[in-house]
Design a protein around this ligand. Sequence first.
Ligand SMILES: C[S@@+](CC[C@H](N)C(=O)[O-])C[C@H]1O[C@@H](n2cnc3c(N)ncnc32)[C@H](O)[C@@H]1O
Length: 306
Amino acid sequence: MVSDDDTAYPGAIIPLHYHFNMLNDQIRTGRFRQAIQAVVVPGSKVLELGGGTGVLSFFAAQLASKVWCVEKNTELAREARRFLDMNTHGDRVQVVNADAFEYLPPEPVDVVVCEMLHVAMLRENQIAVIERFKQRYLAHFGLPLPIFVPEASIQTVQPVQQNFEFSGYYAPVPIFRDPYASQAMTLEMGAPVVYSTLRYEASLPMRFQWEGEIPIATSGTLNALRFVTKNILATLPALAPSPVKNILAVPSVHQSTAIEWHNQYLIMPLASPLEVHAGDMLRLAFSYPAGGALNDLASSLTVAMK
Ligand SMILES: C[S@@+](CC[C@H](N)C(=O)[O-])C[C@H]1O[C@@H](n2cnc3c(N)ncnc32)[C@H](O)[C@@H]1O
């Protein structure tokens, strides 16, 4: 059985103290700041959906002329206003205590920032919020759509052998791991396989459904699957090697650099571990709704050796 706090945690209600962890995660804030600096040009109009403490709106306000920061949680919206008033150009940000599923800015915007991301697109409403926003926006303002930060997300699944022992106590529970730390308790048993690639400006799936085969490269006990979500926050044209020689060169797609940020990895235990051998073929299938609970994914997993 997989149990989690999803019923008390419907995506909109992140406990306030959790925002300290998000503010304190310098990789997260640093990558978003880089991406926002790359796409927001002086004078831009920016909309942030799910603004939290207002930190990403603050980054945008250093360049933008106007930022709307939409936050559903009233207490948090009040705190965001208070913090923004303590920071440079905070006055360029209008905090709006509203539902991102319904809000439309009063005028077209150049950039939309939305960090309602969670590994495997579970538990938060990134996909539905952006999809619904695009429909409202196009109906009201028409094309072009704004630039989205992040612009894309790539999701993979990988067979692993996970050590589920905690100070001698065996407990196979879903584990979230810092992607930028050592993964010493996880043995990779095969390569990660991409099961979803999303571009936020394009049509987004409301369900992730995958069925396929993954070759086993390492013998051992396959007792978990690792889900990884990599977000491409923005893509920058690479700097030309020599500005003099390449003054007229237009960077090709291959010369671009992505500003990436990974959500925490999810290690999902399997109900029945399997002994596997290098050269075996794993058959895997799952189907879960975007924004669903951990259990939606866990209960849909079917794993067998071919
Ligand atoms: C992962 S937090 C990110 C907060 C902030 N953008 C940051 O990067 O620190 C997502 C935020 O979205 C807010 N949120 C969730 N659902 C929302 C909705 N339907 N409308 C507006 N805000 C929402 C949550 O309250 C939370 O503050």
